[in-house]
Write a protein that binds this ligand. Structure first.
Ligand code: SF4
Length: 741
């Protein structure tokens, strides 16, 4: 086996021999692109959020030394948030994983690639031989390039025989995926960013773009139509402070609010009956459902005054171009899919879709969450196909030149179900790539326990210091953004390039080539012979989309993406990609269901999974802390600038009324406690939160000690946003900065 790996390493040419691979401080697989002039500027897409800003990376002697936002790119037009400006900093962190590590007698020992991969393969195959092929599973990330995601998912499922695999996109976007599929017939965010500037009414639901998507917020602020900007959020966020209207509803009362709003629009005749009749199905059922949400009761249930709800209905009625935008406040809910559909209902009822400045628009999270949705081979088969459809399996197998029997006939378990599988003992080995489950999972203590009990945990990451890597049996050192090639897809469905502008440290490799090595060692390398480089894989996945709503078979290759400043899907073959073109979906009124009509869907609101009570009387809200902090801080904390701009130590926002009642002053040390655990934080007394609510940023390692493991039943997305907690001043000598579990 090691000979095969050696051979593959040598095949990459140049100095890439197995001998060098064993030498610390050696190389990154592949050379910097030959066409790269030593002092060139390379244009590439940012590797943090889904906005997809373009950055001009400045090279000296062939290595990135600095960057600036691309001044003429259609997405960001010269702007970037702090993370974009500091995108290179995490690459130089001292705790980068530089060599494979294997745990022996409880301690990590450095290993060479052939040994690490041979160990992974031997232990993985032994687990499968003893417990079945399904006993190995994988978790990926929306941080990988689409080509890497496709290779990872195809290798795991078609090559290694796994059935269960998911990604960290389950934590942020699964709800939007299911809502769009059910309403539109395909996972299809319909908008283009120009819609932010074309609307005369912008409605942000559970979204704080001022902090989470600052460049998009900047574009909304450039809207020349003096738009009404409505924020629907329990918390007075930075966006709410800048909005023209803020509806501070009770946590998780959003479904009631939107049903009430739909009812009001129908009652007053403020709907587009012609559009509904021609382009939708399900109006009568929806009208009957929302009729049970009269204005007075909705005001009571949501805490939003009647006049404000009526004002919102009137704004929508009078608006010529109304757009609705949502993010995690909707998605991370026990009934997120139904809330997202209730938002979609408003757009469909009023004909606000398919025109400039309109749409029911989910803004996604990670830089390539959208690529993950199409190509991760987890919830959908490669290219947005359906695992359960035999014709789709045959089509995909034919494009890839593999036996259709290699493709599972179902999508496998979701993230939480994989963890349950570990608890039951049916999942014995897990391969985690580029995500920090031991920090970010909703029931963190359980997740850590479960990961620690696996027979085999392989973690492939830029850093061996993450909470998850620290639990691993094998760590595979991965190149980061800026150290590899591929494509990302942003929130408006625009494909953009990432490029290799820096050497990965030590013997770290691009994820793409790690997958290739494992395929070879596993004995299925011949299946991926045509998957020879990221651009070769791009051609494959473009072909896979032919005839799909996300058809990109018309994109000739990376050079064309570069020339056009990114290309939005769809772009079927034969269509000319006009540079800087902005395209939205559904302009012809046809949706992706077979009858061409969208679905109006209603669902009954469900009780909050963990309501407050006398022991835990506060509702915990979680969310992004600042524009300089990214998720579990694995990368953003590596930048001194971003670290300085961030909040630093954990803090909890508390209303002045509650602070006075509890005798807590700003800056004081408090203990925040749920049924799962507790954290110590500094109090931040602010009118941003309402009495009875507290807010903690999601980035702190302690936050998910508290959150309650509830899930949307359709999307299996975790409901991070509302659970019951208690808060008190930290007492001198008080034990209890530890988990309860
Ligand atoms: Fe990068 Fe997002 Fe910031 Fe743009 S807004 S620079 S894509 S993190």
């Amino acid at each position: 086996m090691t000979e095969r790996i050696d051979r593959l390493l040598r095949q990459r040419g140049g100095p890439l021999t197995a001998e060098l691979a064993r030498r610390p401080g050696g190389f990154g697989l592949g050379q910097l692109p030959a066409r790269l002039a030593p002092d060139a500027v390379q244009r590439m897409i940012c590797g943090f959020c889904s906005t997809g800003c373009s950055l001009d990376v400045h090279l000296r002697a062939g290595v990135a030394v600095n960057l600036s936002p691309s001044p003429d790119h259609p997405v960001n037009r010269g702007a970037a948030c702090p993370k974009g400006w500091e995108a290179l900093a995490p690459l130089g962190a001292p705790d980068r994983a530089t060599t494979p590590l294997i745990r022996r007698a409880g301690r990590f020992e450095p290993a060479d690639w052939p040994t690490a991969i041979a160990t992974l393969v031997a232990r993985g195959k032994a687990i499968q031989a003893r417990h079945g092929a399904e006993s190995l599973a994988f978790l990926g990330t929306g941080q990988l390039a689409s080509e890497e995601l496709a290779l990872f998912g195809a290798l795991a499922k078609f090559g290694m025989g796994m059935v269960h695999g998911d990604g960290n996109t389950r934590q942020c976007m699964a709800t939007a995926v299911v809502a769009y599929r059910q309403a539109f017939g395909f996972d299809a965010p319909p908008y283009t960013y120009a819609d932010l500037e074309a609307s005369d009414v912008l409605i942000f639901v559970g979204a704080n773009p001022c902090v989470a998507h600052p460049v998009l917020w900047g574009r909304a602020c450039q809207n020349p139509h003096r738009p009404a900007i409505v924020v629907i959020d329990p918390r007075r966020t930075e966006t709410a402070m800048a909005a023209t209207h803020h509806l501070a509803l009770r946590p998780k009362s959003d479904l009631v609010l939107f049903h009430g709003l739909a009812n009001l629009l129908i009652e007053r005749g403020w709907i587009d009956r012609a559009f509904i009749a021609e382009h939708t199905v399900g109006f009568d059922e929806l009208a009957a459902c929302v009729a049970r949400f009269p204005l007075a009761e909705v005001a009571d249930a949501t805490g939003v005054p009647r006049a404000e709800i009526e004002r919102l209905a009137e704004l929508i009625h009078r608006g010529q171009r109304v757009s609705l935008w949502w993010t995690m406040g909707v998605n991370q809910s026990h009934e997120g899919v139904r809330v997202a559909q209730a938002i979609i209902n408003i757009a469909l009822l009023t004909g606000n879709i398919g025109r400039p400045g309109t749409g029911a628009n989910s803004i996604t999270g990670q830089c390539n969450a959208m690529g993950s949705r199409l190509f991760a081979n987890t919830t959908s088969l490669l290219g947005g196909h359906d695992f359960t459809r035999a014709d789709h399996r045959v089509k995909v197998a034919s494009v890839l030149g593999i036996d259709p029997a290699r493709i599972p006939a179902h999508s496998g378990m979701a993230y939480d179900q994989i963890l349950q599988g570990i608890a039951r003992g049916t999942i014995r080995g897990l391969w985690i790539v580029g995500t920090n489950s031991a920090h970010s999972w909703i029931n963190q203590s359980d997740a850590r326990d479960l990961l620690a009990h696996l027979d085999l945990l392989v973690v492939q990451d830029m850093y061996a210091t993450t909470e998850t890597a620290q639990l691993a049996h094998i760590v595979l050192p991965a190149a980061g953004w800026g150290e590899k090639d591929g494509t990302f897809i942003n929130s408006e469905r625009r494909l953009g390039l990432i490029k290799r502008v820096a050497h990965a440290p030590g013997v770290a490799l691009a994820d793409f080539y790690i997958f290739k090595l494992i395929a070879e060692a596993w004995g299925c390398g011949e299946l991926f012979a045509r998957w020879s480089s990221p651009e070769a894989v791009f051609q494959l996945i473009a072909e896979l989309t032919r005839g799909q709503p996300c058809d990109i078979s018309g994109i000739a290759g990376y050079d064309e993406i570069e020339r056009c400043g990114g290309i939005q899907w769809p772009l079927p073959s034969g269509v000319d990609p006009a540079p800087d073109a902005e395209r939205r979906l559904f302009e012809d009124g046809r949706f992706f269901h077979p009858d061409g009509k969208a679905r109006l869907i209603a669902g009954e609101p469900q009780r909050v999974p963990e309501p407050t009570d006398a022991r835990f009387p506060f509702t915990l809200l979680t969310g992004r802390g600042s524009a300089s902090e990214w998720h579990t801080l694995t990368r953003s904390a590596k930048s001194a600038v971003l670290d300085k701009l961030g909040a630093g130590a954990p803090y909890v926002e508390l209303s002045p009324i509650d602070a006075a009642r509890l005798g807590i002053a700003s800056g004081e040390r408090v203990v925040l406690e749920s049924r799962r655990g507790q954290m110590v934080a500094r109090a931040f007394v602010t009118h941003a939160v309402q009495p009875g609510q507290v807010f903690v940023a999601m980035h702190h390692a302690e936050t998910n000690r508290l959150t309650f493991a509830a899930f949307d039943p359709s999307s299996r997305q975790p409901a991070y946003k509302a659970c019951a907690v208690a808060i008190h001043r930290a007492r001198d000598g008080e034990p209890g900065v530890h988990d309860r579990t």
